[in-house]
Design a protein around this ligand. Structure first.
Ligand code: MOS
Length: 735
């Protein structure tokens, strides 16, 4: 059986609100948890195939120019070396945006950025391959590169599709009772997922099987087929477990194409695992940004003007620019509005999507500016936000599908003890620590992506879910099992979920916070279809069907699911975005409240307390959802206080290309976070009535900290991260 739903009109009723199994939303443990903690969940690099060889990528040691010559002769004679593959122009540009990679071409050896892969050295063992890769002789012709953002930013080009303007921003600013006009900067960042990019390729005749670590398998399969010049049917990707992605695995990266080419050339399986340094150097980064935000308000504290204009960087020819004002466009009202991005062309590794592209860094500026405006107006920052929540989208006039932002702000403030905050900066000391409280709103756009799944009822009465959806650590296995168990009246352990194989129906993949809702909706629709089929077998109306405890009941009939005719009893379902995606503003919302201490002598910032209240439609599993938000908030702490990828302005090399020098918040930097979800349903989003949460936690989190730092010590830092060197000179003297 097949079924599909295009979201053209809101869903009136979700079965999940009437099946009463008490399984959906419950904070159950990850179903694959035991496999992960016992090492049985195999990631790409953990598969072993007979005759498998090991490849190590070689990256360019110049930032701009060309490869004049690669002399492979020397390393080919080294112990264990099986071959050197250098014909790699095809994967020099991998796109993180889900676009096709460039088609294979010969003879071009232009270097676009430092570290760009130019060769793969393959040997019998990994150690031999690594040794030989380091010895490979490459001659370069150096070119002139653009490595200094400050020097290049004057040449920024507008990205026309981002420009929008209404009213007269300058007039509104001139007439304002209170105004803010400031520039915020955020640095280049990387996501560096715990599992580095890894691929194991082997060929079955003229068909490729690739064990990889990617987020969106059906797209990745097309990219790989395109890069290799194959029909899509000839490519199969398997990624049953993925150790994080955050955007850097949305598109294929160099190691997959390299492994596939080498395996073909050598006639044996080849595994390529990136080093941590290569993850930094050659996978997607978040561009640094320079953001100008202007806000104007009247005497009632109502915004009259909102402007958010941004510079980001990218390689020549790349269209992506961080959509920094994504949330600014709909979060607050104000009749006069201006938005726009400009791109600065830099010879640095590709800029693309990194967790909450747009909101993650855009809200640092917007929510910082709101804090400054509140102070100028003499208003509480929560109150300023409450006064400026628009009834409809301030630009398009579309309605919100659901928005519990006011509730998040007020409930969050109450629970955090916000009313006890001293509005005066540098007014509270705890020993040698200045203590401050700060807050910010959270918002992240909600999306639905076409997604398919097959659910089948097995002869033993259990269910099997199959889709090429990925679980990148987010809880996909668990929530898909919960949806199925809830709708078919099964225990969670009686649902097997098989993911991460392109032989299964194509799913949305994981990204943009759309994974759980998109893939989950396809599973929902398949289960709905199965319920109809079961009702048909019982000879009655599906509305009178009750499925629970593995039994189908209708009137006074009661039949174990295992006794149904299951030969076969399956349904393949597809959810598709439709007009509700255009007719409503869809976003998840929240509010972050933070308490920090700033050391009066050193300027060191310590997060003491952080509480976040979110509303994101139905929560599918409170535990995995909470973990998603924890992760996002920790990411936000990093963005506010520690993370910064430094590019050498002389040749473009990344200076701190490992986790020793690229500073992340570790456990000691993060207090026990508190996350709470408000009850909400979103009928325009999807049949689950759920919205995305994967990127909600990071959105606004860092701004709450920056605002708390100001409240603590009276120093405003608009250039992230807020490291102690930016505070120390301006710290107040201890009394
Ligand atoms: Mo996300 S940046 O779409 O993986």
């Amino acid at each position: 059986m097949e079924t599909s739903l295009k979201m053209d009109v809101p869903v009136q009723h979700s079965l999940l609100d009437s099946t009463n199994q008490n399984i959906i939303s419950r904070p159950i443990d990850r179903v694959e948890g035991p496999l992960k903690v016992s090492g049985q969940a195999r990631y790409a690099a953990e598969f072993k195939l007979p005759g498998m060889a090991h490849g190590v990528l070689v990256g360019a040691q110049i930032g701009k120019g060309s490869v004049a010559r690669i002399d492979a002769g020397g390393v080919e004679a080294m112990a264990g070396v099986l071959g050197v593959v250098t014909d790699f122009d095809l994967f020099l540009r991998n796109s993180a945006q889900g676009m096709a990679t460039e088609a294979p071409c010969q003879g071009v050896r232009e270097i676009a950025y430092f570290g760009q892969p130019i060769a793969l050295v393959v040997a019998t063992t990994f150690e031999q391959a690594r040794h030989a890769a380091q010895a490979l002789e490459v001659t370069y012709e150096k070119g002139e590169g653009r490595f200094d953002f400050d020097a290049e930013q004057g040449k920024a080009q507008p990205k026309d599709s981002t420009l929008s303007s209404q009213g007269d921003i300058d007039a509104a600013l001139a007439q304002a009772h209170g105004r803010v006009d400031g520039v915020w900067t955020t640095p280049s960042q990387t996501s560096a997922a715990m599992e580095p990019h890894a691929s194991l390729a082997h060929w079955e005749g003229d068909s490729l099987v690739l064990y990889g670590s990617y987020q969106m398998l059906s797209t990745n399969r097309m990219q790989l087929a395109d890069a290799l010049g194959l029909d899509i049917e000839k490519v199969r990707i398997r990624a049953h477990y993925v150790g994080g992605g955050f955007g850097a695995k949305l598109g294929i990266a160099a190691e997959s194409v390299a492994a596939a080419l080498a395996a073909k050339a050598l006639g044996r399986p080849v595994r390529v695992v990136m080093t941590r340094q290569q993850v930094f150097e050659t996978t997607v980064r978040r561009s640094n940004t320079r953001q100008r935000v202007r806000l104007a308000a009247d005497t009632d504290g109502r915004l009259t003007a909102v402007a958010h204009e941004t510079l980001t960087a990218n390689l020549d020819g790349e269209d992506f620019s961080e959509p920094v004002s994504a949330a600014t466009k709909f979060l607050y009202g104000g009749a006069n509005r201006t938005f726009g991005n400009e791109i600065v062309r830099m010879d640095q590794v590709l800029s693309g999507s990194m967790r909450a592209p747009g909101e993650a860094v855009g809200m640092l500026a917007l929510e910082g500016a709101m804090d400054e405006l509140a102070e100028k107006l003499g208003l509480d920052p929560v109150e300023l936000r409450l006064r400026n929540l628009p009834d409809r989208h301030p630009g398009s006039d579309l309605p919100f599908s659901s928005r519990s932002l006011a509730e998040c702000l007020t409930i969050g403030a109450r629970d955090f003890g916000w009313p006890r905050r001293n509005r005066q900066p540098a007014a509270t000391l705890d020993g040698e620590w200045w203590i401050g409280l700060g807050m910010a709103a959270a918002a992240r756009s909600n999306m639905l992506i076409k997604s398919s799944a097959r659910v089948s009822l097995q002869p033993d009465g259990r269910a099997l879910v199959e889709t090429d959806m990925t679980d990148i650590g987010t809880g996909t296995y668990t929530v898909l099992a919960q949806i199925t168990a809830e709708l078919l009246g099964l225990r969670v352990e009686d649902v097997a979920v098989h993911l991460g194989d392109t032989t299964f129906p194509p799913a949305s993949g994981s990204g943009g916070s759309f994974g759980a809702a998109s893939a989950g909706s396809s599973v929902y629709l398949a289960c709905e279809k199965l319920r109809e089929a079961i009702a048909g077998q019982l000879g009655g109306d599906v509305d009178t069907l009750v499925l629970s405890d593995g039994m189908a009941r209708m009137g006074n009939i009661s039949v174990p699911l295992a006794d149904l005719d299951t030969g076969p009893l399956d349904a393949t379902a597809t959810i598709e975005p439709g007009e509700t995606g255009e007719n409503f503003v869809q976003a998840a919302f929240g509010a972050h409240f933070a308490e920090v201490g700033v050391n009066a002598h050193t300027g060191e910032v310590r997060v003491r307390r952080m509480e976040s209240t979110f509303a994101a439609g139905r929560i599918l599993n409170e535990k995995t959802a909470t973990s998603q938000c924890y992760g996002g908030i920790v990411f936000g702490i990093g963005g506010a206080l520690t993370e910064e990828m430094i590019h050498d302005t002389r040749h473009g090399a990344i200076v701190n290309r490992d986790l020793a020098e690229y500073h992340l918040p570790v456990n000691a930097d993060v207090p026990q976070l508190k996350v709470r979800f408000l009850e909400e349903r979103d009928h325009a989003a999807n049949p689950l009535l759920a919205k995305g949460i994967g990127e909600l936690g990071i959105s606004g989190a860092g701004a709450a900290l920056a605002n708390a730092v100001y409240n603590a010590c009276g120093v405003r830092v608009r250039d992230f991260p807020i490291t102690l060197d930016k505070l120390i000179a301006d710290l107040p003297d201890l009394p």
